[in-house]
Design a protein around this ligand. Structure first.
Ligand code: ZN
Length: 394
């Protein structure tokens, strides 16, 4: 028996006036997910435990079969895993953004989406001057990491949450705050004097004139997916966080050419690689970021397009492919969390899921795939981290 989990990031939504009070899933043309709902069994999944942030890292940890309340230790350790940085027992990984501060305010959490090439020169300068007790690791564009042996319990603020607010109001607080603040302050001189930034200013671009530390944590301690479920697993995603999650769970990360994490991603390629991966894996997770991006943009048109592409090119390709498998297969479809157009950010609401077995089974009364229809599902409301077991028990 094989298993496929298809994740449409941020796909769920609220009823929208322009759509006659339908949600995106209700309004979009999604024949494949609707067929799954009609012939499969349905329910709602709570992927964000009470009191936890509705981040893609937390929600996808649930979808990948682990309870975030038990295993989640922060965003940066997952990114460290995807960057191949091994954390020792006492290491605390911090996300280290390159940001732009202007007149004391955080102007841009991404320093104008600075290029990776420019950023790596700046991060090298930071490591040369401030490295020693702590170390800095260059990543992609504005997204880098710092590893320290302190500050795990500091209160740090994601810079994208406080754009246009005074930087000094949002500096790290609590555990080791002084050391963390010192590092941020020390970066100001190093960065503003750097030729890369002088050139950026000349070209009218935003200078990366500060580091910003947040999202920290120890390496998560989690049993491998194979230990938990007895299945050999693979994951397909364009997003570092999701790859990092997979690595921490001992999954194989499969790279797909043209997977961008955006609206132009190689949808069909992801599905084809997933089917191929079942030759030497028992379960494969396919994560598609595009609906979430459209939700953050607040673009109704883009979100409908992303959901329809997910349905026709990913779900459609998978349903066609499993017909040709020599083994039976179950397919689970769900979002990690809603990214409603109206709020342009994640919400912790339960999300609709459908489990579709390629073999015969009594379907429930649900006829289409949507937030509302799933409330009539026979599986009712399930903790997201229990869904894999639910699927395996069929
Ligand atoms: Zn997400």
């Amino acid at each position: 028996m094989k298993h496929i989990v298809l994740i449409g990031d941020g796909m769920a939504d609220y009823p929208i006036k322009e759509l006659g009070d339908k949600t995106v899933l209700e309004a979009a043309d999604t024949p494949h997910m609707d067929r799954m709902a009609l012939e499969g069994i349905n329910g709602l999944a709570t992927n964000v435990p009470d009191g936890m942030p509705a981040g893609s890292d937390v929600a996808n940890m649930s979808v990948l079969g682990y309870d975030p309340a038990k295993h989640y230790s922060g965003r940066a350790p997952l990114e460290a895993a995807s960057m191949g940085i091994e954390l020792d027992k006492n290491d605390v990984a911090f996300r280290c953004n390159l940001i732009t501060i202007e007149n004391g305010d955080i102007l841009d959490h991404s320093a104008g989406h600075i290029s990776t090439e420019e950023a790596s020169q700046l991060m090298q300068a930071i490591e040369d001057e401030l490295g020693g007790d702590v170390h800095f690791y260059p990543g992609i564009s504005y997204r880098h990491l710092m590893v320290a042996q302190f500050g795990a319990d500091a209160v740090c603020t994601p810079p994208h949450d406080v754009v246009e607010e005074p930087a000094l109001d949002h500096m790290p607080r609590g555990d080791s705050a002084e050391k963390l603040q010192e590092l941020i302050r020390a970066s100001w001189n190093i960065l503003s004097e750097h030729p890369v930034n002088k050139k950026r200013i000349e070209e009218g671009k935003r200078p990366a004139n500060s580091i910003w530390l947040w999202g920290q944590g120890y390496a998560p301690s989690m049993p491998s997916f194979e230990e938990m479920y007895g299945l050999k697993a693979a994951v397909i995603s364009a997003v570092d966080l999701i790859k990092g999650l997979g690595i921490c769970e001992g999954m194989d990360v499969i790279e797909v050419p043209g997977a961008t994490g955006y609206l132009d991603t190689n949808y069909v390629g992801k599905a084809e690689y997933a089917l191929e991966s079942l030759k030497d894996h028992d379960i494969v997770f396919v994560h598609v970021e595009a609906p979430d991006e459209a939700g953050h943009m607040g673009s109704l048109e883009a979100k409908i397009q992303a959901v329809e592409d997910f349905d026709s090119k990913v779900v459609g390709t998978i349903l066609e492919g499993i017909e040709k498998l020599s083994e039976e297969c179950t397919v689970l479809v769900l979002p990690d969390h809603p990214t409603p157009i109206a709020v342009r950010t994640h919400t912790p609401d339960p999300v609709p899921f459908v489990i579709y077995p390629s073999f015969n089974r009594d379907a429930d009364i649900v006829k289409t795939y949507s937030e509302d229809a799933a409330t009539d599902g026979i599986l009712s409301t399930v903790r997201g981290c229990d869904l894999i077991r639910t699927m395996l028990s069929l």
